[in-house]
Design a protein around this ligand. Structure first.
Ligand code: FAD
Length: 375
């Protein structure tokens, strides 16, 4: 019997997009929530991201979409450019918040995290930085959680929102593989050119590149390097190497390329995915976000799944008498949608590697339309 009504206490591991939105959604429903976050305050990795329609729709339910739109760069189109630098079509993304608000927003990661942290704090969520959870054991209807400083809590719910390399997954015996797909992705912060009012996507002979506006002044350039081994380059080699890779693209990419040497920093990461095939839950414990389903970045939708997870988790726990039943219902509602997105992102990565760009664009387009359907 794991009934926990009246004892709505939760520990969440990870204060990323999934952890903070789940914490806010639970706290809004009266849960007492503490988060264990390994990183120090203010640490985020990567420059920016695109919050697509489903992200904005889920953030809107938490009252946060307008803050993101105000501080980011709202847009509604993806412009495709072919290997010769010629326009190859424009995809208009569905405006899920109605015609008056844009379909998506480009936003700097530190800005998004500031907005999410502020809302969680306003709801009374406590984030303990430099901390993790080292053990989790089901004791009757409660979960006995040991923090890395030795503190022990008995809570109704433990949520692992600790990203693709989740350690909570391991604690719960839910291990899965993390797969590399022969691609390395590059990001660099550059000024926003006046012509970039939506996402620009450039097909190259070997690689793909693009630009995502983050504000009136800033944008980030991305490049996906195909058919490469997983490797780490010295920091000093990053900007020159990215410039060299961008030199293979004709047209407007030349203008972006010239800005890369002045970029504050260039980051290069392997394209990795993970997907839990079976259950995501054990007793009063569950994993969400990238810890359960990490897509390749090509669909720009990992954060959307993470925010939706937080909302649906709170909703299902509110609907069921016991935490166990709520978690089973949550996983039941989420598994298919998340699997589809991860598998489609892997298929897109494969088409990019095979230089089948038009097919990749069609798949991106149809998957965005699928994701636009209600969760
Ligand atoms: C290059 C790249 C570009 C992307 N672009 C987009 C995009 O444009 N749009 C989009 O929607 N998605 C994008 N994504 C995907 C998106 O970033 C992720 O899906 C999303 O961040 C997942 O959120 P999360 O909270 O589950 O995990 P994370 O964001 O990884 O957060 C996990 C948190 O847990 C903490 N943590 C980790 N381990 C522990 C531990 N043991 N104990 C305590 N804390 C821990 C971490 O410090 C972190 O704060 C991109 C991903 C990549 C790699």
């Amino acid at each position: 019997m794991d009934n926990c009504r009246g004892a709505r206490t939760a520990v969440i591991v990870g204060a990323g997009v999934a952890g903070l939105t789940a914490a806010t959604a639970l706290a809004r429903d009266g849960w007492q929530v503490e988060i264990a976050e390994a990183a120090p305050p203010g640490a985020t990795s990567g420059w920016g991201l695109c919050l697509t329609g489903p992200s904005l729709r889920a953030l809107d339910e938490l009252g946060l979409a307008d803050a993101c739109l105000a501080e980011g760069y709202g847009m509604s189109t993806i412009t495709h450019v072919d290997v010769h630098g010629e326009p190859a079509g424009e995809v208009r993304l569905p405006r899920l918040l109605g015609g008056r608000r844009p379909a998506m927003v480009g936003i700097a990661r530190p800005v998004l995290h500031r907005i999410l942290h502020a809302e969680a704090a306003r709801r009374g969520v406590l984030v303990r930085h430099g901390m993790t959870v080292s053990a989790a054991d089901q004791e009757g209807e409660l979960v006995r959680v040991r923090w890395s400083d030795g503190t022990v809590r008995r809570v109704a719910l433990l949520v692992g929102a600790d990203g693709i390399r989740s350690s909570v997954r391991g604690l719960l015996g839910l291990d899965t593989s993390v797969d590399f797909h022969g691609q390395m992705v590059w990001r660099a912060l550059v000024p926003r050119p006046p012509w970039a009012t939506g996402i620009q996507q450039f097909a190259g002979k070997t690689d793909t590149a693009g630009l995502v506006p983050l504000s009136d002044r800033r944008s980030y350039v991305f490049l996906t390097e195909n058919g490469v081994e997983r490797s780490v380059l010295p920091d000093a080699e990053l900007a020159p190497r990215l410039q060299q890779l961008l030199a293979a693209f004709p047209g407007r990419v030349e203008e972006i390329r010239s800005q890369v040497s002045g970029s504050e920093s260039v980051v290069r990461r392997p394209v990795l995915t993970a997907l839990l095939g079976g259950a995501w839950n054990r007793g009063g414990c569950v994993v969400i976000g990238d810890a359960a389903h990490a897509p390749a970045p090509q669909m720009a939708s990992g954060a959307a799944l993470a925010v939706e997870d937080g909302l649906v988790l709170a909703r299902e726990l509110g609907r069921h008498e016991s935490v166990g039943a709520g978690l089973r219902a949550f996983v039941g509602r989420r598994a298919r949608r998340c699997r589809t997105l991860v598998e489609t992102s892997v298929a897109i990565a494969g088409l990019e590697q095979a230089q089948r760009h038009p097919e990749a664009h069609l798949l991106v387009d149809s998957c965005h339309r699928l994701m636009a359907e209600p969760t």
